[in-house]
Design a protein around this ligand. Sequence first.
Ligand code: MG
Length: 302
Amino acid sequence: MKFLTFSQDGATHLGAHTDAGIVNLSAMLRESIGGSADVPSDVAGLIEAGPEMLELARKAMQDTTRHSANRATPEARVLAPLARPGKNVFCVGRNYRLHIIEGNLAAKRDPNDFPKAAEFFSKPWTTIIGTGDSIQRHAKHTRILDYEIELGIVIGKGGVNITRESALEHVFGYTIINDVTARDLQKRHGQWFKGKGLDTTCPMGPWVVHRSAVPDAQALNMQLDVNGEVRQNASTQDMLFDVPSIIEQLSAGLTLHPGDVIATGTPSGVGFAMIPPRCLEPGDVIRARIDGLGELVNTVIE
Ligand code: MG
């Protein structure tokens, strides 16, 4: 199932994306459970409510005859599925072989200098926007704004010291993330946080696909284009550290909670590694697609 958060009539609702459009899952759950029941009003609420609520949602959606009466209106706007996680968005740096090589070449390092352990950093929730929202250019603060398509993991069951073997049981689902980066700030400030932390630089969505619908997260094609020109085109099978390994390494001595989000790194084709380097400018339209996870579209503004 594809779960999303949308706004309609001045309120936020949990939705499900179907081939016929968005269905108001909050309304359907209220009908199934009883009018006054406490039902989730967004994806974060669904995940926090646990497996029983997920099962109720699944059952409610099975009755397709109820979909048309609960269809979202044309005015509905899809929001970021998880607008304010309890922690920063966790991110993995340098996790695709070809991207590591292009980065090493751009920095005049040994091209085959691969990380021995996952490199983690984070983005504050103020970076998060949804599909259709605008990315600010931040021209006053950065000269070089860049894109990075990434597979996003959404944690469903919390835990600490999660093993590789049980890691996937802790995954709720997957989404698309664009880890927009101010390259000059990333370099100037030593640590990556500042260059990764500007407002609106974490487009996420359009929805979260439950893991039951993603049989193999290491076999997904991913593609990002800018104004129709393909820049990144890869598969998640090129990851140096796969999804279970990332969860195992991150959760070692660090508790993960339901609704935590982890961006798993970007493949090659980023703008700063092109010859000559190319950066994002106002008016650029960025489309990020991953097999089965939909399309995340954002425009850069002044
Ligand atoms: Mg990244």
